[in-house]
Design a protein around this ligand. Structure first.
Ligand code: NAP
Ligand code: EMF
Length: 318
């Protein structure tokens, strides 16, 4: 043994690190003590956030996803790669995979999944086509024999609380309910998704596994969510149901890509796709892996909206 201490924290490179979910991963990686690298476009409009990351100790690498040599050079600096790129960039991840193969040193790759578990559920055609792109990336990673973790983070909690309850429109008394409102959906707080993703990315137990974030207390129906929010705010909302039939018709008649979100609503809130399949075989559920960590409950996530409401966001589909 030499006298130099081995640096035992994996170095982590994050693509899409300035994004809605990626920013939580960057902050979690830094917080957990990993040397953290953020790959960002030279013309990114996220300058303020990038400056913040840099002041927290992150290393910013500027490049485009079609710059092969730059990708290989960046990858050779690190051990673990996480992609939190948006949906329109899903197939561009093939460039990252090609560079990972050439670099030859990457111990774990987490592609941009982080939603409904695409290898365990099926959906209406527009969402199925969305999921198929993500499946294509998974199959290419497996074929290349690059060690991976495939994370299903289910619903981003604040994102969907904003979408379903519209808490920032305090004068709005109407809430749309998709289907009967009784199917359960799993809502996970974005900061927790950040921390658990970094833990999973560096955990030998989650190598080459599908990892599902489904804490037992975080599955709620829309009706339960509304009732929890009514108790907290002291308001009563008027619920307007859209039937399953209407949702299916919308998925068939809306133009692409507006047919995708409505198909996601069908999958998650009518079919219960995040809560109802059995997690078995080699798949891992994350909430019991780390005894010192816990996922925020839905109740705690709603409390955040009373104090410091997270801004509504809308994901990119094209
Ligand atoms: P996002 O914020 O829309 O984008 C992430 C980053 O991608 C951006 O900050 C940007 O980084 C980079 N980017 C944007 N356009 C690009 C382009 N044309 N070329 C290259 N890079 C580009 O992403 P997100 O909404 O967090 O989505 C990440 C993942 O979460 C996706 O897989 C999405 O499907 C999923 N998602 C899941 C849920 C859920 O509830 N489970 C909700 C929303 C999204 P730079 O500017 O730094 O280059
Ligand atoms: O905006 C969304 O849905 C609104 C109805 C999309 C972005 C959210 C999303 C959620 C997912 O699983 C819950 C994208 C991909 C997913 O797998």
């Amino acid at each position: 043994m030499g006298i130099t201490m081995k640096q035992n924290e994996s170095k982590i490179l994050i693509f899409g690190g300035t994004g809605y979910i990626g920013s939580h991963m960057v902050k979690a990686s830094i917080k957990l003590g990993h040397p953290t690298y953020v790959f960002t476009r030279p013309d990114s409009d996220k300058k303020v956030l990038l400056d913040e990351f840099q002041s927290m100790g992150a290393i910013i690498i500027k490049g485009r996803l079609d710059e092969h040599d730059k990708l290989v050079e960046a990858l050779r600096e690190v051990d673990v790669v996480i992609s939190a790129l948006a949906y329109p960039q899903v197939l561009d991840q093939l460039n990252i995979l090609e560079a990972i193969k050439i670099a030859g040193n990457i111990k774990r790759f987490l592609p941009s999944d982080f939603g409904v578990e695409e290898d365990r559920v099926s959906a209406l055609p527009p969402f199925e086509a969305f999921l198929d792109k993500k499946r294509r990336i998974r199959r290419a990673i497996e074929e290349a024999k690059i060690p991976y973790s495939f994370i299903s983070a289910n619903c981003y909690g604040s994102y969907f609380i904003n979408y379903l309850l519209n808490p920032s429109h305090s004068n709005k008394q109407d809430i749309t309910v998709y289907g009967s409102g009784e199917a359960k959906a799993v809502l996970n707080y974005e900061q927790d998704i950040g921390i658990y993703t970094i833990k999973v990315a560096t955990d030998p137990r989650t190598r080459n596994r599908i990892v599902v974030f489904r804490p037992p207390g975080n599955a709620v129906s829309q009706l339960e969510l509304i009732s929890l929010w009514e108790k907290k705010t002291g308001k009563i909302f008027k619920k307007t149901h859209i039937s399953e039939e209407e949702i299916v018709t919308l998925s068939q008649t809306l133009p692409d890509p507006q047919n995708i979100p409505v198909s996601i609503l069908h999958s998650v809130f009518v079919k219960g796709a995040t809560a109802d399949f059995e997690i078995g075989g080699d798949d891992v559920e994350a909430s019991s892996l780390y005894p010192d960590l816990k996922f925020s409950t839905v109740d705690e996530q709603l409390d955040v909206f009373l104090k410091n409401p997270p801004k509504p966001a809308s994901a990119a589909f094209e």
